[in-house]
Design a protein around this ligand. Sequence first.
Ligand code: GTP
Ligand code: MG
Length: 198
Amino acid sequence: MRVLEAKWHATAAGPEGFPNPAAPEVAFLGRSNVGKSSLLNALVNRKKLARTSSSPGKTRLIHWYHVRYELRAAAREMLLVDLPGYGYARVSKVERKHWQGLVESYLEDRPPLTAAVLLQDIRRDVSEDETLLIDWLAERKIPVVVAITKIDKLKPMRRAARLRALKQSIALPNARIIATSASSKTGLGELWGAVTPG
Ligand code: GTP
Ligand code: MG
């Protein structure tokens, strides 16, 4: 897998703004500040393609990024979709409803969607939000991969213990749970492998 080109494709605040299907889509979802935009950037090796921020709630719209890549000597394309994060404590009920409406309208009816990457911070426990999302995606037959993020934040012993604990509390086979770090570029090849066609 080699990325040939990555560029912004579209941004939408609601279903009327969703771009026409142009390539298979892989969506990134998870709690605010979990590292969605950073992981997307790391995957395409571009520091500032998707905007990141240390203050949660940075991504409030849906952003599509077009990626051309080479796999087994063939040029292919896909769209990586950066969804706004949920669970940001300082937003109002109205904004939370807005997130849910926006993200659900995307996930519920998006034929080119081929996989969802659900992100989980290695330092946090799995919450009801993630459990419900995994069930919700399974019901809709959307393949899901969990990316455990920011593994560089913990020393090896603690990291291994946290990974074991998280794998136990996530109802997915271990092959669908991938330890990653956007900072130290860990797990990126494995994640690509899990979301690109075999
Ligand atoms: P929202 O758009 O608000 O939902 O957040 P997000 O999930 O897109 O998170 P974002 O990528 O903006 O990252 C949030 C913060 O975590 C930033 O300060 C990043 O630098 C930091 N961060 C992201 N990934 C990593 C990682 O792998 N390691 C470390 N140490 N920090 C990370
Ligand atoms: Mg973001």
